[in-house]
Design a protein around this ligand. Structure first.
Ligand code: FES
Length: 173
């Protein structure tokens, strides 16, 4: 007896993007909490990192997240005019606009980086932002470029170490 609906082959798993989300504590972080307590369903792909202000996010944090294997990075702050530090989000917007160009320069799709403005009262909006980002990243696929580069660099370093050891051994003979 065979059942055609049963399959012995494993189903291909849908790609689940890993997102690092830098969330301003005054707004977007509280917005994500509100989404949670309001039981709004959204993908659990984002790892939140609470920051004092979106202006505090250094481009190095973003590159580091990609370098450690993130498929996407989100920075979310207070709406323009609502920043607790007056101009932090404007500063962030200018600074992080350049990050998109930098990503392209190093060969990453600029759409892997996203900025949003989400207030503490916008739990539903936060869920939408994450949902949309996850969907776009699924289309882009996994971010392997920096991980592959890291592997190549590590292999290069190991190779150089092996050559040094070999030379040292020959010199002792
Ligand atoms: Fe939220 Fe500056 S305090 S973006």
């Amino acid at each position: 007896m065979s059942n055609s609906s049963q399959s012995t082959a494993a189903e291909p798993q849908e790609f689940e993007p890993r997102i690092v989300a830098f969330l301003c504590k005054w707004c977007s972080s509280a917005g994500s909490d509100l989404a949670g307590v309001s039981r709004i369903q959204y993908p659990a792909n984002a790892t939140p990192i609470t920051i004092p202000c979106s202006g505090a996010v250094s481009p190095m944090y973003i590159l580091s997240a990609f370098n450690k294997g993130a498929d996407g990075v989100l920075v979310s702050g207070c709406h323009p005019g609502d920043c607790h530090y007056m101009e932090g989000n404007f500063l962030s917007r200018r600074k992080l606009y350049l990050v998109r160009n930098l990503l392209q320069f190093i060969g990453l799709e600029s759409d892997r980086f996203r900025m949003s403005w989400v207030s503490a009262a916008e739990g539903a909006k936060f869920a939408e932002v994450v949902e949309e980002f996850v969907s776009d990243l699924r289309t882009l696929g996994p971010q392997n470029r920096l991980a592959a580069q890291r592997r190549t660099n590590a292999a290069g370093a190991e190779g150089a170490e092996a050559v040094r050891t070999l030379k040292a051994t020959k010199a002792k003979r």
